[in-house]
Every structure is written in C-alpha cells, then in structure tokens.
Design a protein around this ligand. Structure first.
Ligand code: AR6
Length: 169
C-alpha cells in the first residue's frame, strides 16, 4: 500500500486531520448522511459560512473552516446522482476527487480524509466509486506534494473490503 494512502472504518466527523471532505448537495446547506453528521458536529457557524458560498456545481468543491470539528477545514464536494451510468456519472465523480484534491493542495492541506462520495443516497455503485476514488487519488499524489496523506473513511465492512483490495494492487 502507498504510504501516503490510509484506509479506516469509522466516523469521518471524529478525525483530527487538516481537512475532511463532505458529500454535500448543490445547495451546500446541509442534508442527511455524512453531510448531516458533519453539520451537526461542526455547529451552526458552518451553515452561516456555507450560505455565503452560493452553492456548488456537481463535480466541483468549495472549502470552509471546520468550526467545532477536530478537522481544521471541510472541503464540500457535490457528487453525481447515479442514473445508471449514461449521464457522465463516473466522470463527475472523478471530478469531485480531482477538485477536492486541488483545493487541498492549494491550501497546503497535509492530511485529508474522504468518505465515499455519492455511495449513499446518491446511489453510485460502491465498487466503481471506490475504483475512481483510488485511481484519481493515486494519480494526483504522484504529481503533487500536497496533500501529504489521504485517508479513505468507510462506514461499512463491505466498503472497507472493496478499498482494501484495490489498495493492495
Ligand atoms: N463517516 C463516514 N462515512 C459516512 C458517515 C460518517 N459519519 N455517514 C455516512 N457515511 P451520503 P451521497 C457514508 O448519503 O450519496 C446528503 O443528504 C455512507 O455510508 O452521506 O453523496 C447530502 O446533503 C456512504 O457510503 O452521501 C446530499 O443531498 C457515504 O458516506 C446527499 O446526501 C456517502 O453517503 C449526498 O449523497
């Protein structure tokens, strides 16, 4: 396994990293899943900052402070809803990882943690999503010094095993 990539199973809101990535929606004003958990843990100051961001396009990302989280920053990205794969969903998901990694690099984020973007209510097949996450991250880390370390955070044993197998290769 690449020393700059780590895999854990757990709750991303508890991590003391420079930035965690949020699987947000176009409004950036909160929701369920990991988005809801991040907003609940960060506190209401986060929504105040998010209101000034004017939303975010699918495949793009925006950064805020982490407020009450142990993480210093949150990079909010908006994954695609899965419609079967014919609406450029894989390219959009790759763009989420690229945009988040670029923001991390530009802000000299050393440690970054990703949840499985789009793999919850947005319905993206988790094995394809994990392949895209790992490939885009590996590609980016080869060319860039920052982020120094990326952690993939999975919520289930199934998702953990999928990443573990990919990272072994
Ligand atoms: N830590 C790590 N992973 C988590 C956590 C957590 N605390 N909670 C959930 N997951 P989802 P999406 C996993 O639905 O599919 C929101 O309402 C979860 O098991 O949070 O991108 C937004 O506002 C799954 O694998 O995000 C949007 O409207 C993954 O995180 C919409 O959901 C993503 O699941 C975005 O949907």
């Amino acid at each position: 396994m690449n020393k700059r990539i780590e895999l854990i199973k757990g709750d991303i809101t508890t991590l003391a990293v420079d930035a965690i990535v949020n699987a947000a929606n176009n409004s950036l004003l909160g929701g369920g899943g990991v988005d809801g958990a991040i907003h609940a843990a960060a506190g209401t100051e986060l929504i105040d900052e998010c209101r000034n961001l004017n939303g975010c396009a699918t495949g793009k990302a925006k950064i805020t402070k982490g407020y009450r989280l142990k993480a210093k920053h949150i990079i909010h990205t908006v994954g695609p809803v899965w419609y079967g794969g014919y609406k450029d969903e894989p390219e959009m998901l790759a763009s989420c990882y690229q945009s988040s990694l670029e923001i991390a690099r530009d802000n000299k984020i050393k440690t970054l943690a990703f949840p499985g973007i789009s793999t919850g209510v947005y319905g993206f097949p988790q094995d394809l999503a994990a392949l895209i996450a790992v490939n885009e991250t590996r590609r980016f880390l080869q060319k860039n010094k920052y982020p120094e370390k990326v952690t993939f955070v999975t919520f289930s044993d199934l998702h953990y095993e999928t990443y573990r197998k990919l990272l072994e290769q």
